[in-house]
Design a protein around this ligand. Sequence first.
Ligand code: 13P
Length: 258
Amino acid sequence: MPIPRKKFVAGNWKMNMTSSEVAPYLEIFNREIETVENVDITLIPSFTALAKASEILDGTQKIRLGAQNMSPESKGAFTGEISVTMLRDLFVRFVLVGHSERRRLFGETDEMARRKIITALATEIRPILCIGETLEERQAGQEKTVLEGQLRGALEGLSKDQIDEIIVAYEPVWAIGTGLTATPAQAQEAHHFIRAYLSKTWGPEVSSRSRILYGGSVTSDNARVLLEQPDIDGALVGGASLDPRGFAEIVAAAVPAE
Ligand code: 13P
C-alpha cells in the first residue's frame, strides 16, 4: 500500500496585510488550529509580513512559512529582488514559482520558473510550481496542452530527487479571485492529468508521492469536496486565507477522516 499523501494547505496573502497585522492574525489562527493534526500548514505572506511572521513563529513546526517570489540569482546587483539566502535566513521552507499573477503581470516565463526552481532546490527551499490555463484556453479545449507545456517548460531535465521536493499547484487562471471555482470533477481531471505526466516522465513511485494542490476561489464552503478528490492533495488559498477563522476552517476540512 502506498503511504497516503499528507494534505498541504497554504495561504497566499498576496499583496495584503502589513507587518503590524501579523500578530493579531496569528493569535487567532493559532488558537483555531490548536487541535488540528496531520495537515501541513503554510503561510505565504508578503516579504515585510514574512519577516514579522518569522520572528513571531520562531521556527515552530506547526505553521511553516513560504515566500511569494524570489530571484533566480544568488546575490548581487539586482535592485528590488530577494534572494534565496535571505529567505533561508527567515526560516522560509517554500517558495511560489510561476504564479499566474507573476506570469501575466510581471512577465514570468516557464524558463524563469525553471531557474528559480533550480536555485531554490540548491538551498533546500521547496518550490511550489503554479500552473493553469486561462478561460480562452479552456474554452478552446487546450487546457491539457497548456498544463503539459508549463510542466515541461519548468521541470524538463530535473532528476527524480528534485521532483520529489517540488509541489505542483493547479490554479486555473479563470478561477483565481473570481469566485468561480473549478468543479471537483474538473479539478480532479486536471490533477489526474498532472500526476500522469509526472508518472510518464519520472515514474509511478515519484508521481504517487507528489503532492498536487488546487487553487482558485477555495473557501470554507467548497474546500471539503475539492479535498476529497483522489488526486487533490491540498489547497493554495488566496482571498479566503486573509481571515484567520475562515482559513482555519479550510485547514480543518483537510484533516483526514478517522
Ligand atoms: P483566490 O483564492 O483568491 O482565488 O486566489 C488563489 C491563488 O491565486 C492562490 O495562489
